[in-house]
Write a protein that binds this ligand. Structure first.
Ligand code: SAM
Length: 424
């Protein structure tokens, strides 16, 4: 079932190394096991990365011991699960991520916090997991001065944007932020005006709406971070089942914030043939003579020579801004993949999704779908391999996407893609 459960009946659940009980009326969603498994791997990988970075600074070897769940790096991570429900995720983090120093498992609901307390005791992780009963935003604002947390996990119902202002202020420089959004109808173009009010970007109903959703969420986090002289570095961004999940580092640096306009674009989407063109908000370049000064150029005049699409003459809709820079860090993703253990319930799926992620053209935003390309031209759908070979032969790159079964991601201009399809 894809439907999250807020059951009236008490339940007993075993997932990973945790066993939990819910007193009823507290949120538990079995489908999110993939999300939790992947988050465990991502935080563990981040912990190791952090340890290496710290030892590079002090030129000391990272302290590694062999632990029952593999190598243990003494990361001393401080983690906040801001919206915890049963405490399952925090308990799994405590039991399955090596080297954690402290975890706060917070929820606004008293019933949920009672469940968290019972489950923390049941799993004997009282020394690591502290239950907390607060509004997540207030809790994070209380910690904003010391930029307290290495890792913050936001897993709300629906839209996470109301939590972002406090999140980007309470996370450490270089900290890892994990954010889920489940309001896919809003992000995928059903209600563009609501998307604008929640995320500061207009969503579009396109074939690549899932990738657009991920990129809208990333630009939203970046915009909140920029207000405080911070900026994001996406490590992994996925769309699965009924939700999206992004894993980003948040860094401090007013100077680097000047580059944000180069990482955002408006999207012109053709309402007839689903072609898309991206227009960056601006270009920021370092000054060749003095690298500490940046040079900007902003777009001039109307972007399109006509308001209609040159391929099918239908009108364009303009959406965004979206994050148009890379959405994954392939090195980080490879390390997650290598560290994935068969012990995890969703191991096979993690392998499948991350292998596809590694294949994706990371610097090409959005995609076409094979059916749509063929459908617009009223052709029998050609084999995917043939289309891909034709694009490669024309001198361009092409890849699949984990976000859609028949996605065609390419750096070939729209015109080249249509010309290839017309020759079929
Ligand atoms: N992370 C959990 C997991 O993996 O099972 C699921 C979290 S559930 C989707 C969302 C939780 O957020 C609910 O338990 C709800 O009570 C809590 N919540 C909603 N608004 C909140 C707020 N402002 N502060 C703290 N918790 C909140």
């Amino acid at each position: 079932s894809l439907i999250a459960m807020e059951s009236e009946e008490p339940q007993q659940i075993v997932e990973g190394l945790a066993q939990i009980q819910t007193g009823g009326k507290v949120f538990y969603n079995p489908v999110q096991e993939f999300n939790r498994d992947l988050s465990i791997l991502a935080i563990s990988t981040y912990g190791m990365l952090l340890q290496k970075e710290r030892s590079l600074k002090t030129s000391e070897e990272p302290s590694v011991e062999i632990h029952e769940c593999g190598k243990k790096y003494d990361t001393g991570l401080s983690i906040l699960e801001a919206l915890s429900a049963t405490g399952l995720r925090s308990i799994r983090y405590a039991k399955e991520i090596p080297g954690v120093k402290e975890i706060i498992a917070n929820d606004i609901s008293l019933k949920a916090v009672n469940d968290i307390k019972n489950n923390v005791n049941l799993n004997k992780v009282e020394h690591l997991v502290s239950p907390s009963h607060q509004d997540a935003t207030m809790l994070m604002y209380e910690h904003k001065r010391e930029n307290h947390f290495d890792v913050i996990d936001l897993d709300p119902y629906g839209c996470p944007s109301i939590f972002l202002d406090s999140t980007v202020q309470s996370i450490k420089n270089g900290g890892l932020l994990l954010v889920t959004a489940t309001d896919m109808a809003v992000l995928a173009g059903n209600t563009p005006e609501t998307c604008y009010s929640k995320y500061g970007a207009i969503s579009l109903r396109t074939k690549s709406c899932h990738e657009m959703a991920v990129r809208i969420l990333l630009q939203c986090i970046e915009s909140h971070a920029n207000r405080y002289g911070r900026y994001i570095e996406p490590l992994l961004s996925i769309s699965v089942d009924f939700y999206i999940r992004v894993f980003v580092r948040v860094h401090t640096g007013n100077y680097k914030c000047k580059y944000t306009i180069s990482k955002l674009s408006h999207v012109y989407h053709c309402t007839g043939c689903d072609s898309h063109i991206l227009q960056p908000l601006g270009i920021t370049k370092p000054n060749e003579k003095n690298q500490s000064i940046t040079k900007f150029s902003l777009p001039t005049g109307p972007f399109t020579s006509s308001s209609n699409c040159t391929h099918c003459e239908s009108p364009y809709h303009m959406g965004g801004p979206i994050w148009s820079a890379p959405i994954h860090n392939p090195q980080f993703v490879s390390e997650i993949l290598q560290s994935a253990s068969e012990r995890l319930g969703t191991f096979k799926r993690i392998q499948g999704v991350l292998s596809l992620v590694l294949e994706e053209l990371n610097d090409v935003p959005l995609y076409y779908t094979l059916q749509n390309l063929a459908g617009v031209l009223k052709l029998v759908t050609p084999p995917m391999t043939s289309l891909r070979s034709a694009i490669l032969n024309a001198g361009y790159q092409v890849s699949a996407s984990h976000m859609h079964k028949t996605a065609v991601k390419t750096n070939a201009p729209c015109k080249v893609v249509w010309d290839i399809m017309r020759c079929w």
